[in-house]
Design a protein around this ligand. Structure first.
Ligand code: SF4
Length: 300
């Protein structure tokens, strides 16, 4: 793979550091290490090799009779990604598939019906969607209302009016006028995640994907720390950690033909199936086959 800038930015630094903030100083060797890790993970995941042979993130579960990239698929992804926070992602997307395939609950994916049936939506969530809470109902309802009233019940229209430009779409969601109309979907992590899912899962082509930040959740942060790319131990996810992780992958990717969103799935799977277990059980189930174990702080 051809290097995008031949490390010209690294060459500009005279003090041996890469990052501009002293807090996050990265040595040249650490960036080189990040580049190697990014290339290995990207290639292994793209070719579904090794540990990635049978692993896919849970949002790939497609309900029966739904066409990839259709309006129904986009509604399915949009509404579920908006409530994809502080939950077990596998349980969430499994429930999502069941709800969509059930004729009695299918109507909750119809923005017009949801818009005129708030009380029925509460009853339906309480009876059938145990993993969701009251905040999720409010998020679901508000997004359906916005899509029904302003986008002819089709999320594709949000993409169209922004010319399928990933950055414009995120800015559109986050502008002061629209932020409240798209609760949680407009947040920095979820909006990046939504763009990644629309592109990778629903196969929607978009411009400017390279500029979108990696959506940092606990798995992305854990894998990044575990691979020794940020000093110290990962303790909890807060804004400072997110900022460091986003900035790190942006810097690493600026030197290769891989962009941060393309590392989201392999890093997430690496942590979900490997690094996270190493934390709780002291054993990493992927240790033997992990393609980046040579960089890992975990000793096996
Ligand atoms: S060896 Fe295990 S803990 Fe280390 S990076 Fe790989 S999956 Fe994570």
């Amino acid at each position: 793979m051809k290097a995008r800038s031949s490390f010209s930015r690294l060459g500009d630094k005279t003090n041996g550091y890469w990052h501009q903030n002293l807090d996050d100083c990265l040595f040249y060797g650490e960036i080189m290490k990040g580049v190697k890790i990014a290339k290995i993970l990207f290639e292994e995941y793209k070719n579904r090799k090794g540990i990635f042979k049978n692993l896919l993130p849970p949002e790939y579960s497609l309900p029966k009779n739904v066409k990839i990239g259709s309006k129904e698929h986009l509604l399915f992804i949009t509404l579920h990604v908006a409530i994809d926070y502080r939950k077990d992602a596998e349980k969430l997307w499994k429930s999502a598939k069941d709800l969509f395939e059930n004729q009695n609950t299918r109507w909750i994916y119809n923005p017009e019906k949801v818009n005129s049936n708030y009380n029925k939506l509460i009853d339906c969530f309480e009876a059938n969607f145990k993993i969701a809470n009251f905040v999720d109902i409010a998020i679901w309802y508000r997004i359906c209302r916005t899509i029904a009233e302003e986008f002819e019940s089709d999320p594709t229209n949000i993409l169209k009016i922004n010319n399928y430009d990933a950055i414009k779409i995120i800015q559109f969601l986050q502008n002061r006028k629209n932020k409240k109309k798209f609760p949680f979907l407009s947040g920095p992590k979820i909006s990046s995640l939504w763009i990644r899912m629309l592109n990778e899962v629903a196969k929607i082509k978009m411009k400017n994907l390279k500029e979108v930040s990696i959506p940092v959740d606990v798995h992305i942060a854990r894998a990044t720390y575990r691979l020794g790319l940020i000093n110290g131990k990962f303790i909890k996810l807060n804004n400072e950690t997110r900022r460091k992780v986003i900035s790190l992958w942006r810097n690493i990717c600026s030197n290769i033909d891989i962009y941060p969103l393309q590392l989201d799935e392999p890093l997430w799977l690496l942590s979900r199936n490997g690094c996270s277990n190493a934390k709780t059980n002291k054993k990493c189930p992927l240790f033997k086959e992990c393609p980046v174990k040579e960089f890992c702080k975990y000793s096996g």
